[in-house]
Design a protein around this ligand. Sequence first.
Ligand code: VG1
Ligand code: CO
Length: 542
Amino acid sequence: MVVTVVTTSPFADQRPGTSGLRKRTPVFQQPHYLENFVQALLEEAALQAGQSLVIGGDGRYFNREAIGTIIRMAAANGITHVVVGRGGLLSTPAASHLIRQGAAGGIILSASHNPGGPDGDFGIKYNAGNGGPAPESFTNAVAARAAALTRYRVADLPPYDLDVLGRQPLGDVTLDVVDPVRAYADLMASLFDFDAIRALFARGFRMRMDSMHAITGPYAVEILERQLGAPEGTVINAVPLPDFGGGHPDPNLTYAHDLVEEMFGVHALDFGAASDGDGDRNMILGQRFFVTPSDSLAVLAANATLVPGYRGGLAGVARSMPTSAAVDAVAETLGIPCFETPTGWKFFGTLLDAGRITLCGEESFGTGSNHVREKDGLWAVLFWLNVIAARGESVEQIVRQHWATYGRNYYTRYDYEAVPSEAANGVMALLRSALAGLPGTSLGGRTVHAADDFAYTDPVDGSTSAKQGIRVLFTDGARIVYRLSGTGTEGATIRVYIESRETVPERLGMETAVALRELVDVALGLAEIVARTGRTEPTVIT
Ligand code: VG1
Ligand code: CO
């Protein structure tokens, strides 16, 4: 095997964000750009001969080229076994599962919910042997290595074929091309009551799954249509495309328009779901009914024992800080711990590994459990189907009953995308300077109980993360949270999260926009959003 050592110089911007390194595709296509980052990553991961590396991506434009480069560099850096999904495809949760089958780590190519294509976004991240996104200590070390990198290694390999299943010896490295779906589908069958879900479909229950031309298409067709008997055509936009068909593969009410149109129309089906570019996010809809991701987590937690994989109950739950406190109320009733972590799935890893939590989730359409170490879109869909089959009730009935039992957390998120960085930083600086004066003051008829910049100490490994978002907490349980996105590739994205808590029975059925109107005004006013960004409307409201 001939290894070439290539001389290079560092790029100034190779610092991973909330979930890996994400840049515009042309940035990744620059000579040496991907190679530099992969070299830094492989050096930090320091896999030994005999250990396996999983590689796969969501199939977006540049996926195959990137995987080719990574295989050649892995070989040149002494890795002797790589496992790749056929065609270079693996959903993020399926990659997590494959890694957990005995690999030392994995490289996932995705920019998740960001659009793909020559003018879209690309991304790369490393997952450790537990199957989860590498912790901040690792990503910081990779950034430091990348910032000082002067050479990378790449091997010449004999020809190989990523479309052919099976083992291909390539000199010093062995390539295993695996079915991207099979192991994952088996895992799902081990967790959920497939017989009950099959019977549900056989009784005429109708659902639509929008795979948004992204990675979950083949997974959803295999599991929902082939194994569970949902009618052919249940999964729409099922063929993964390098540019996601020109769409924005983000499962929310704005971007999953095909699904939303059907589920809110006169011919609405019983159940609707969508997932994102790399398959880790989910949106859940009932007939003309939207389930907020925060509520979804709470409902799954409250109903977990109806599902075979969770029949024994939950050790604990966790949510990211900006996620609504709906799940907290369930945890309190169940008498189990509830952890509040910074944004990003990597913060759930230690808790899952230590067995302190079983379910966890984020407001950003992410839900998951200890079955893998990533959030998992299809898993959430199957969980809901299992609960519906077990309870024999509609999505709306289940959620309304949940509110009646545990109270309701009205919740909305305003995103201001591609704001000039100075303006966004100005907003955050303003809020930080206002924090100390807020407690005790009255805003929009509510009294501020506390205000801070969220800091987190991991209860398992003691690592700390500061400046994770501004929190304004009111005495009645309402909250406003502000933070800057760590996944965008253009300017800055300001996220404003607004939540109020309601337990009075007559007030559980309001429109969210009505229930939160005053609090939204308070939130935007406090941050001087309009004056500082010039935006009178957010880019997206979820
Ligand atoms: C966003 C979400 C966060 C999620 C992250 C990765 O991060 O808010 O909850 O974990 O995306 O999701 P940010 O920093 O932009 O707010 V995925 O599906 O893009 O891997
Ligand atoms: Co994603």
